[in-house]
Write a protein that binds this ligand. Structure first.
Ligand SMILES: Cc1cc2nc3c(=O)[nH]c(=O)nc-3n(C[C@H](O)[C@H](O)[C@H](O)COP(=O)(O)O)c2cc1C
Length: 319
């Protein structure tokens, strides 16, 4: 590991560390209006949501790195105390980047970026039509930390109205594939959030056994990854010997009469992610029994079938 204290680094080095390690960051496309009525539009990735009751979001229109001056978004917020924050989707990211170019305060960045302004219901700044998720906000507090270049100005806002495209929802939640958000990483890197989506089951409301309760032979196996062990720990109970034996007998009975399994078949089932057939073949193939059973349990975990995985992993201790 490399170890740094910020006081021994340049501001640029500190900034680069934060951009690389605090990532991916959601992007707030913030629309404000000056007291003279000029629209402003800029992206900010030092941004997040902090509570729902009331709905509070915050972002940082920092001081400019080159001369420590205040950005137009900051000045407009101080003057008008309202903004609209919109989510940034993949289809609009280049125009959003264009909106980040430094234009003079009297330049309307809706015009420069080509994004479409539409009226808000409650606040004066306009909404961006192209974004499927828009939040009309009132400034609650502006908190400044330092006066040098890139120092933070935390704009804490309350959302007073959400506008969400109806087609984004699947089973009552905003579908990550449909919203197709992008996020900011280090340098010029972005990520398209939908392409990396996977499921991690919430432990909320469950009495999880925890990592410490996982039997040593499972922890010491070379087959399971740290994430596999985390999934084992996310279960509510460990099946007992009886349950494991009943389960294995049932699987053995399901094997068609006279059917023979080969190691190649096991590998094929593994490729197909079919952990049930993996188990049938693992039980019948004499070689590599322990490893094959553990690979089967691992595959069941991958498919979020923890009960199956536990029983196979516990049975593997017999070999
Ligand atoms: C994706 C992205 C994220 C950005 N995040 C921030 C940020 O969190 N804070 C910041 O001060 N500037 C950020 N910037 C730079 C501002 O958008 C840029 O300084 C802009 O010119 C500010 O405009 P304004 O002076 O009209 O407010 C970001 C730029 C991009 C492209």
């Amino acid at each position: 590991m490399l170890h740094y204290e910020p006081k021994n680094l340049s501001v640029l080095e500190v900034h680069k560390l934060l951009l690389g390690g605090v990532a991916p960051r959601p992007i707030a496309l913030v629309s404000t209006i000056s007291k003279d009525g000029i629209n402003n539009l800029s992206p900010f990735s030092f941004f997040n949501a902090f509570g729902a009751n009331p709905p509070v979001v915050a972002f940082s229109p920092s001081r400019r790195g080159k001369d420590a001056t205040l950005k137009d978004t900051y000045n407009n917020l101080i003057a008008v105390k309202e903004c609209v924050i919109q989510a940034v989707t993949h289809s609009m990211v280049e125009q959003v980047s264009l909106a980040s170019a430094e234009y003079a305060p009297d330049v309307d960045e809706f015009i420069k970026s080509g994004l479409t302004p539409i009226d808000s219901d409650i606040v004066k700044p306009k909404r961006v039509k192209e974004s499927p998720f828009q939040m009309e906000c009132k400034l609650l507090e502006m908190k400044s930390f330092g006066e040098g270049g890139t120092s933070a100005n935390l704009a804490v806002c309350e959302v007073v109205k959400f506008h969400v495209a109806e087609e984004l929802f699947t089973n009552g939640i905003i579908d990550p594939l449909k919203i197709d958000l992008v996020a900011r990483m280090s340098g010029d890197f972005y990520t398209r959030a939908g392409s990396g989506v996977f499921v991690v089951e919430k432990p909320i409301g469950k009495k999880c056994i925890g990592y410490d309760q996982i039997p040593q032979h499972i922890k010491e196996s070379e087959i399971y990854s740290a994430n596999d062990l985390g999934k084992f720990g996310n279960s509510e109970a460990i099946p007992d010997k009886e349950e494991v034996n009943r389960f294995v007998q049932k699987i053995l009975k399901e094997i068609p009469e006279g059917f023979t399994y080969t190691y190649d078949a096991f590998l094929k089932y593994q490729e197909l992610n079919d952990y049930k057939l993996m188990l049938q073949s693992a039980l019948r193939i004499p070689e590599n029994k322990k490893v094959n059973l553990e690979l089967t349990a691992k595959c069941a975990l991958k498919n979020n079938d923890s009960d199956f995985a536990w029983k196979v992993a516990l049975f593997a201790v017999n070999y």
